[in-house]
Design a binder for this molecule. Structure first.
Ligand code: ATP
Ligand code: MG
Length: 446
């Protein structure tokens, strides 16, 4: 590259974020906690492709949904003309895979997934074009027990993550017959208030009137509040199912409030719907949504199979974790190795490997642009790494067959450096970490 000609940088895609090392510990903490909670309820992971046939979402989500109408990244495969879409959600893909591999042949299945989703939305706080979801899908279960279990699993996750002020809103949207009877009355009601309907609502008046209840338009709120409530149209069975969910939640001290206007964006839901919401994230306050989708599997050509699930927005939950404070930033390593000279470097490699054999995380200083670095600049790196110990190897040390081990976090700054023979460096450090007074590795304490 010529000296005076700078190459123009290419920026990432708008609304699609890089997750940088500074945030990695938070992501790891979240992912590990999620995994262990899901495992503790017997859910098994499934990984499906990010790209699916467009028809899968058109059929699964319904043509008149925000996602299918305007949020999908769809494209034609230039090799064969196939219509493809970057998944905007994962339920459709999981159900497709379950049918394709006949996963429920021997009974119901508890599944979970995690990964990036893609929606062409206006990027803003808590709303991105590539974002991440963790979700669970319980396939083949009929009763209210699994609905309650999924909700309790979420509650346990919030507790384990230290999240406060996430509240549960619950509703039942009944079955298709009940919704149809309600719908007829609802359309008639909206027709009587046509002057208040915005353009979105007018467009949905006959195609998806239930969604009008979900409006965020303040000028429509009062009218919408007076609309016929679906809960009043539930038949015996739907009501019993809804009661069943509530009974289990009450028995397990899971607080909830019933929100009769809660509906989900996707067409395939029935009976139980729920959302976990917080006031701490501004207008993007829904961190998790879910419910029952008994009709979906049959819509995909499978035999009737009841199912229930949820999806949570990882970015929103991470923001909540940050807002809820005290999350430690784990250190990059336990030991940082500082060295100078060719011979010292050879010893440094050997000691680093032995320390790793002993289970420690070790960063060995390596040459960067501008050379290996003075002792002083290397020690600065050691300090920045958060390591508990620095192992220092210079010509003096090599000549004596020792390493200088410095306790980086010791309060006793007079007496925090010791010469230790090469062969005993590992034992010395392991011993210090296990038994040292100022040990900050709780996992190393007996
Ligand atoms: P919203 O009403 O906020 O658009 P939604 O109903 O479209 O949400 P779902 O499809 O139910 O959302 O997805 C489940 C969760 O995924 C949401 O509750 C939210 O936490 C998260 N989520 C959805 N869309 C986005 C996005 N564009 N960016 C970040 N998180 C999102
Ligand atoms: Mg949306």
């Amino acid at each position: 590259m010529s000296e005076n000609k700078r190459v123009e940088k290419i920026a990432g895609v708008k609304g699609m974020n890089d997750i940088l090392p500074a945030d990695a510990p938070l992501w790891e903490l979240f992912e590990n906690t999620v995994q262990s909670v899901l495992k503790s309820y017997g859910y098994q992971q499934i990984r499906t492709p990010i790209v699916e046939p467009t028809a899968l979402f058109a059929r699964g989500l319904g043509e008149v949904t925000d996602i299918v109408e305007k949020e999908m990244y769809s494209f034609v495969d230039s090799m064969n003309g196939d219509q493809l879409t970057l998944r905007p959600e994962s339920t459709a893909g999981v159900v497709r895979a379950a049918l394709e591999h006949n996963l429920t042949y021997d009974g119901p299945k508890r599944l979970w997934y995690a990964g990036p989703m893609f929606r062409h939305e206006r990027p803003q706080r808590g709303r991105y074009r590539q974002f991440h979801q963790v979700g669970a899908e319980a396939l083949g279960f009929t009763g209210p027990d699994i609905d309650a279990e999924l909700i309790m699993l979420c509650q346990r996750l919030w507790d384990d993550l230290g999240l406060r002020d996430v509240r549960l809103e619950l509703n039942s949207i009944g079955n298709a017959d009940e919704r149809n009877r309600h719908r007829a009355d609802l359309v008639a009601y909206f027709e009587r208030h046509k002057d208040v309907l915005d353009t979105d609502a007018q467009r949905r008046l006959y195609s998806n009137p239930l969604r009008i209840l979900d409006t965020k338009n303040p000028t429509m709120q009062e009218m919408v509040n007076g609309a016929p409530k679906l809960l009043d149209y539930l038949g015996e069975e739907s009501r019993a199912h809804f009661e069943g969910v509530q009974k289990i939640l009450r028995h397990n001290n899971i607080p909830f409030s019933i929100n009769p206007r809660l509906v989900r964006g996707m067409d395939y839901y029935n009976r139980t719907v729920f959302e976990w919401v917080t006031d701490q994230l501004g207008s993007q306050g829904t961190v998790c949504g879910g419910g029952r989708y008994d009709p979906l599997i049959e819509m995909f050509g499978g035999k009737p199979t009841p199912a229930c699930g949820f999806a949570m927005g990882v970015e929103r939950l991470l923001e909540l974790m940050k807002a809820n404070g005290d999350h430690f930033a784990p250190n990059q390593c336990d030991v940082y190795i500082v060295h100078q000279g060719n011979e010292a470097q050879m010893h440094a490699f050997v000691i680093a490997e032995r320390l790793r054999d002993a289970g420690l995380d070790v960063v060995l200083h390596c040459a960067a642009a501008g050379g290996g670095g003075s002792f002083k600049s290397q020690m600065k790196r050691a300090d920045g790494s958060g390591a508990s110990f620095a192992v220092i190897l210079g010509e003096d040390e090599v000549a004596k067959g020792v390493a200088t081990v410095k306790a980086m976090r010791s309060a006793d700054t007079e007496n925090n450096q010791h010469s230790v023979a090469f062969d005993t460096v590992v034992d010395y450090i392991v011993d210090q970490i296990t038994c040292g007074d100022d040990c900050d590795h709780p996992e190393h304490h007996h």
